[in-house]
Design a protein around this ligand. Structure first.
Ligand code: 3LM
Length: 394
């Protein structure tokens, strides 16, 4: 299987050997009979591989892990009950008091909050590279992990992955990429030297807005460590029913991503230059500062578009309230188009000055462009922009 579209359909599983079931069955079981006391001891002693207990492994979950690992070009994968469970399992496995995590912002507000507010209580120091004067200055001998999103949530910055990995490895730190926004169809960070890739599978991997999940991919050795510590002891395991939904979603990832990209490109080009729109953030636009990096690292430029509206929060609220086809909701990567105001939702827990520094202004609106016909989406956006021009709002 050479090609991505074929692998998206077939990788990670075959027909069920026992029954011939064509779809991967939902193995809705908490525990697995090991048959004899001797085999139980071998399984627990690591002398034999097999299913023991669904917190640690489950066949439906395993098929999803294998498929995502294949698509990212990784040796192995490990699934979790959410993206946040994946991030925290990674941190609990590889970080200790005194260690530093360096991140290139902005990040999803929840991830930044986890690093800055929760890990700090365990003596782990989080450093925003930009505030420290750039990646070169931020990374020190104490840095154990360098963390980046590609593209970033919500300003769609695209950092140079090869350069980030090089800098992390120079001090022996783990290079971790949250590839949620790109999906493996558009970018595969391991190809640029990254060690671990993380996904909120809730988004493009699942694609249908009906399941929460997370996944890590990387070397078998590293992921075995996370399975044995961050997953086994913290317990954020993915359930088999959600694994089934996510597995079904991933099969159409390439088709959906093409449609998301078509829509986002059309929407971004329409929005650029519209009165009332101060700035459009889309890595596919030549005006985007990271466009050259994005063109090197991404197959296409993704389904997310952010816009800065003149008139701040008032304008953003009015615009959002006039959208009819876009649903006002957090999350992203669903087949349906979604819109949100990051400063008051996904990034609300961050201090305002931190948001402003990272470009998350009061007028910023984030659009997750679905797979609908772009002409309908543009008509919806045009209507909402028109409403902004009504005398009551001027
Ligand atoms: C959101 N983001 O609307 P879960 N990494 C990235 C993400 O965007 C997210 C996660 C990790 C949003 C969720 S906000 C209340 C809703 C780049 C989630 C965390 O744990 O699966 O939600 O992933 O931006």
């Amino acid at each position: 299987m050479n090609y991505f579209r074929t692998r998206a359909v077939h990788a990670g599983h075959g027909v069920d050997p026992q029954t011939g079931a064509h779809a991967v069955p939902v193995y809705q079981t908490s525990t697995f009979a090991y048959g004899s006391a001797e085999r139980g001891a071998r399984l627990f002693g690591g002398e034999e591989q097999g299913f023991i207990y669904s917190r640690i492994t489950n066949p439906t979950v395993r098929a999803f892990e294998r498929k995502v690992a294949d698509l990212e070009g990784a040796e192995d994968g490990l699934a979790f009950t959410s993206g946040m469970a994946a991030v925290s399992a990674l941190a609990f496995t590889f970080l200790a008091p005194g260690d530093e995590v360096v991140y290139l912002g902005p990040l999803y507000g929840g991830t930044e909050g986890f690093f800055e507010h929760l890990l700090s209580r365990f003596g782990i120091i989080t450093v925003d590279a930009e505030q420290a004067g750039g990646l070169e200055a931020a990374v020190t001998e104490r840095t154990r992990m360098v963390y980046v999103e590609t593209p970033t949530n919500p300003t769609l910055r695209v950092h140079d992955l090869a350069e980030v990995a090089r800098r992390a490895h120079a001090v022996g730190a783990l290079a971790v990429a949250d590839n949620t926004f790109a999906s493996p169809y558009l970018t595969r960070p391991l190809e640029f030297g990254f060690d671990v890739v993380m996904h909120s599978a809730t988004k493009y991997l699942g694609g249908h807005g009906d399941a929460i999940g997370g996944v890590l991919v990387g070397s078998s050795e590293r992921l075995a460590q996370v399975r044995g510590e961050g997953l086994r002891h913290v317990g954020g395991c993915l359930g088999p029913q959600d694994a089934f939904l996510l597995l079904r979603g991933v099969k159409t990832l390439p088709l959906r991503m093409e449609a998301h990209c078509d829509g986002a490109e059309a929407v971004a080009r329409f929005l650029e230059g519209q009165p009332g729109v101060a700035r459009v953030y889309y890595p596919g636009l030549e005006s985007h500062p990271d466009h050259p990096v994005a063109a090197r690292q991404m197959r296409r430029f993704g389904g997310m578009v952010s816009i800065d509206l003149e008139g701040g929060f008032v304008a953003a609220q009015a615009f959002l309230n006039h959208l009819e086809l876009f649903t006002q909701a957090v999350s992203l990567g669903d087949v349906e188009s979604l819109a949100t105001h990051p400063a008051s939702t996904t990034h609300a827990l961050l201090p305002r000055e931190q948001r402003e520094r990272q470009g998350i202004s009061e007028g910023l609106v984030r659009l997750s462009v679905g797979i609908e016909d772009p002409r309908d989406l543009i008509a919806d956006l045009a209507r909402a922009l028109e409403a902004l021009r009504s005398p009551a709002l001027r």
